[in-house]
Design a protein around this ligand. Structure first.
Ligand SMILES: [Zn+2]
Length: 484
């Protein structure tokens, strides 16, 4: 204890529970520089002891009952506050000095600052455990024991040497070792144990064996205030653990880096593959276009509205006489069907009215009722019979073949477009079937043929109406361009 006991306390004596019940039972008396138990000295006033606290004379009392243990009593009430505690404190030091041994406690670490074993989390949040510091309870021989030697700023109760080195021993009866003193001891690298006697049963100091056990051998009442060898070992363990975690964190960083790089590489590869695919596609497209280069070159000019108007005018003029003749030979309904035409009907290189009249003549007029023909036959016949637009026809066939190929490959494609051509090119290429189909539809409306449900495009020539064709067919040789 740092504080020197005050002989005369100014504190209210009734603050002490024991004092209230008729004064202290002082467990130890002071005589000749030592503290004694009542059984170790003569009885009564003859004991020759004074109070270790207030230094007033004491009388030794033997055990009077089971409840009243041997003790000392002040001869007169001095209002003593410290006799009991000081006696316990002095006797404890004396026991250590006499026996020259001590059970020193296990070092268990510190839950917050030094958890034993140390632990740490890596970057993945995984917990790693270090080596546990094993510093068990040990019975140590002590030598060179000194009581209350001053270390300048503090004065431990006992200083001794054990097998490890210097050992400071604090005996707590009332006050615990303060944080500041503990920090000083730790900073100086000294070893310090605290024996806590503040929780002793009130009878224990009156039982010599029990008190001796409490001071020297009770593992439960002592702890390390400073244990540099255990701390050093713990720090070494912590350092090892930290190195281990640092190494693991490096691995984690490498793994993460590898994953990022792998993801980048994958992305770059994907981009490159897409590029390659696109450039391959562009290459194939270029090659395929090459085959149609000449036809495509003329497509825009061949299908310009100005050219179409011009050729239609030319075709009409050159077909005028023939058309006039033929119109007179057909019934009015057929005449009306032939005078109209699909907008692409010019592609066969001839006046649309003329090819329609001639097709009617060939496939209907010259046939008998019940005869059959197919729209494909009409289309082929028209192409063969006149100078159809060869370049446009080649492009149309290419579109057509590509659609058939796509359909075979499982793409349900309806539009006649070839991926190798531009959208504008695809839109400009005329369909060589539509004008014929359109014409056949009009013949059906005129009731000279009927289209059969199957096979596709199949038509049958109908007999003339029972009433005959309506007379009075009007021929207008000057049919206008609006009819096309
Ligand atoms: Zn006293």
């Amino acid at each position: 204890m740092d504080t020197i006991p005050e002989p005369f306390s100014l504190r209210n004596p009734s603050g002490n529970r024991l004092a209230r019940r008729g004064g202290f039972r002082v467990p130890f008396g002071l005589k000749d520089g030592r503290v004694w138990a009542p059984n170790e000295v003569p009885k009564g006033k003859a004991c020759g002891c004074i109070c270790p606290g207030c230094h007033a004379p004491l009388a030794a009392k033997a055990q009077e009952s089971r409840r009243k243990r041997p003790h000392f009593a002040h001869l007169t009430d001095t209002g003593c506050q410290t006799g009991r505690e000081t006696g316990i404190h002095e006797r404890a030091k004396q026991l250590i000095a006499d026996h020259q041994r001590l059970l020193i406690p296990a070092w268990t670490g510190d839950l917050i600052d030094m958890p034993n074993p140390p632990h740490a989390r890596d970057e993945d949040g995984r917990l790693h455990w270090g080596r546990q510091v094993d510093h068990p309870t040990r019975n140590m021989e002590l030598r060179d024991i000194e009581i209350e030697r001053s270390f300048g700023t503090y004065q431990p109760d006992v200083v001794a040497w054990d097998a490890v080195g210097e050992l400071l021993i604090e005996i707590r009866v009332t006050h615990a070792v303060g944080d500041i003193k503990a920090a000083r001891v730790q900073a100086q690298g000294r070893r310090m144990v605290e024996i806590d006697l503040s929780q002793l049963h009130r009878d224990t100091p009156h039982d010599l064996a029990a008190f001796e056990h409490a001071v020297l051998d009770d593992a439960a009442n002592r702890s390390w205030i400073s244990c540099p060898e255990a701390v050093a070992e713990w720090q070494a363990s912590k350092l090892e653990l930290d190195e281990q975690v640092t190494a693991r964190n490096r691995e984690i960083a490498q793994l993460r880096d590898q994953m990022v790089k792998a993801a980048q590489a994958r992305q770059e590869r994907d981009v490159q593959e897409t590029k390659d695919k696109e450039s391959r596609k562009a290459y194939v497209r270029r090659q395929k276009r090459e085959k149609h280069a000449e036809d495509l070159e003329h497509l825009i000019e061949l299908t310009s509205p100005e050219r179409i108007d011009r050729v239609l005018r030319e075709y009409r003029i050159s077909a005028e006489d023939r058309v006039g003749e033929l119109l007179n030979t057909v019934p009015a309904a057929v005449r009306s069907a032939c005078l109209r035409a699909h907008e692409d009907a010019w592609i066969f290189g001839v006046d649309p009215v003329l090819w329609q009249l001639l097709a009617h003549d060939h496939f209907v007029a010259k046939r008998s009722a019940g005869d059959r023909f197919n729209q494909r036959d009409v289309a082929a016949w028209v192409r063969r019979s006149f100078q159809h637009e060869k370049a446009l026809y080649r492009l149309f066939v290419t579109q057509y073949a590509n659609r058939a190929e796509a359909q075979r490959a499982g793409f349900p494609k309806r539009r006649l477009a070839y991926w190798v051509f531009t959208d504008e090119e695809n839109a400009r290429i005329p369909n060589f079937y539509t004008p014929v189909n359109d014409f056949v539809d009009r013949l059906e409306s005129a009731r000279v043929i009927r289209q059969l449900p199957a096979p596709r495009g199949e038509c049958e020539v109908l007999p003339p109406p029972a009433t005959g064709w309506l007379p009075g067919a009007h021929v207008d040789p000057g049919y206008g361009p609006g009819d096309h």
